[in-house]
Design a protein around this ligand. Structure first.
Ligand code: NAD
Ligand code: DAU
Length: 347
């Protein structure tokens, strides 16, 4: 099996690559990544010399490059994670999200359709998507696979569009696809522009913790390795032309999560309880901020037996430990451009 995994140098992609390279020595795993600000080959240092791992630097927006890559390799499967993934950046620059998330996805679909040439036996296009395509929940209810799409940010609109294209290629050209829509991930190698790693980094440096709005916005958090395990399962056992929701059954209001993180950090850093909580600062709300996401993961549980393997408290402690013992990684990714980004978004 030759499998193309896109976005493998990013947060979730690096966990997926590591899992596939280590668990399937007979597969050849190709990691296609443009190495944007979010892509980092340091995330894959431990497996970079495995004989079944191959890195290809390239941009999914480049149509000719993608067609040539597929022509030369005849991949059996594609697991597509490459994306612009940060909501706040999408508010600043929506077109970047249109290019990568929509055009990039269509380029990959076209290339797969071309090389597979209607011979779809054993082939699969796996599109990794997000629960944000469903929009925002009120205080009640969960997102199921039947919930209508109602994206509210340029990021979620671009992901919703890419999901529609994948499904349309399934209907129109019979391309065998599967889509998963997952809730918020956290864990090692998470770029510190997202809530949990940003706040860990700020606590380390005694910087303010910028909570958007009143902090009562709710997310459903899943440890990243549990997402990688779900992707493995769906890639191998999921039914074609299906969507599976993936989530942690683990809802937290931002402010409660931040207070828990502060407690864990105070303990780990040997600081007086309450030290980190004093850094909490309420700031201007994110425009169009979705109130609540929560996934009903019954289908993947019933059909494929998947469920989260770690509790949030365990996962958060593992995550904090990882950041505290990988200060080199954190220092590398927060030098250079990151400083400009931070100034622009938070000053
Ligand atoms: P990330 O931003 O950490 O990584 C994205 C990766 O894609 C990076 O390595 C980057 O270099 C690469 N990339 C970006 N543009 C590219 C391009 N044009 N060509 C080739 N490579 C490119 O993202 P992530 O958080 O790991 O998310 C991965 C996927 O999972 C995304 O599709 C995202 O929508 C989805 N997702 C993320 C979450 C989450 O909580 N992070 C939850 C559900 C779904
Ligand atoms: O739900 C899945 C999605 O989760 C993924 O599709 C996205 O790629 C991923 O980035 C994530 O999106 P969110 O917008 O939910 O994640 P983020 O970490 O940016 O924000 C989480 C919550 O914390 C959200 O309610 C906004 C809030 N927040 C975030 C930041 C960065 C703050 O209060 N302050 C901040 O500085």
């Amino acid at each position: 099996m030759k499998i193309l995994i896109t976005g493998g140098a990013g947060f979730i992609g690096s966990h997926v690559i590591r899992r596939f390279v280590q668990n399937y020595p007979n597969y050849h795993i190709y990691n296609l990544d443009a190495l944007t600000y979010a892509g980092n080959l340091e995330n894959l240092k431990d497996i970079e010399n495995f004989p079944n791992y191959h890195f290809v630097k390239g941009n999914i927006v480049d149509e000719d490059f993608i067609i040539t890559l597929f022509d030369e390799n005849n991949f059996d499967g594609v697991i597509h994670l490459a994306a612009e993934s940060h909501v706040d950046r999408s508010i600043e620059d929506p077109l970047a999200f249109v290019r990568t998330n929509i055009i990039g996805t269509v380029n990959l679909l076209n290339a797969a359709k071309k090389i597979w040439n209607d011979d779809f036996v054993g082939k699969r296009f796996y599109h990794v998507s997000t629960d944000e395509v469903y929009g925002s929940l009120g205080q009640e209810g969960l997102f199921t696979e039947e919930t209508s799409y109602n994206p509210n940010s340029p990021y979620s609109a671009s992901k919703a569009s890419s999901d529609h294209f994948v499904r349309a290629y399934g209907e129109t050209y019979k391309l065998p696809f599967v889509i998963t829509n997952c809730s918020n991930n956290y864990g090692p190698f998470h770029f510190p522009e997202k809530l949990i790693p940003l706040f860990i980094n700020n606590i380390i440096h005694n910087k303010p913790l910028p909570v958007y709005g009143d902090g009562k916005y709710t997310r459903d958090w899943l440890f990243v390795e549990d997402h990688a395990r779900a992707i493995d399962l769906v890639f191998h056992k999921g039914a074609n032309h299906q969507t599976y929701n993936v989530g942690g059954f683990n809802e937290w209001q931002n402010i409660d999560l931040v207070k828990l993180l502060c407690k864990v950090m105070d303990k780990k850093l040997d600081r007086k309880d309450g030290t980190s909580e004093n850094l909490i600062t309420y700031v201007r709300n994110r425009p169009g901020h979705d109130l609540r996401y929560a996934i009903d993961a019954t289908k993947i549980n019933k059909e494929l037996g998947w469920e989260p393997s770690v509790t949030f408290e365990e996962g958060l402690e593992l995550t904090v430990d990882w950041y505290l013992s990988n200060s080199d990684w954190l220092n590398h990714v927060t030098s250079g451009d990151y400083k400009e980004y931070y100034k622009k978004m938070y000053s």
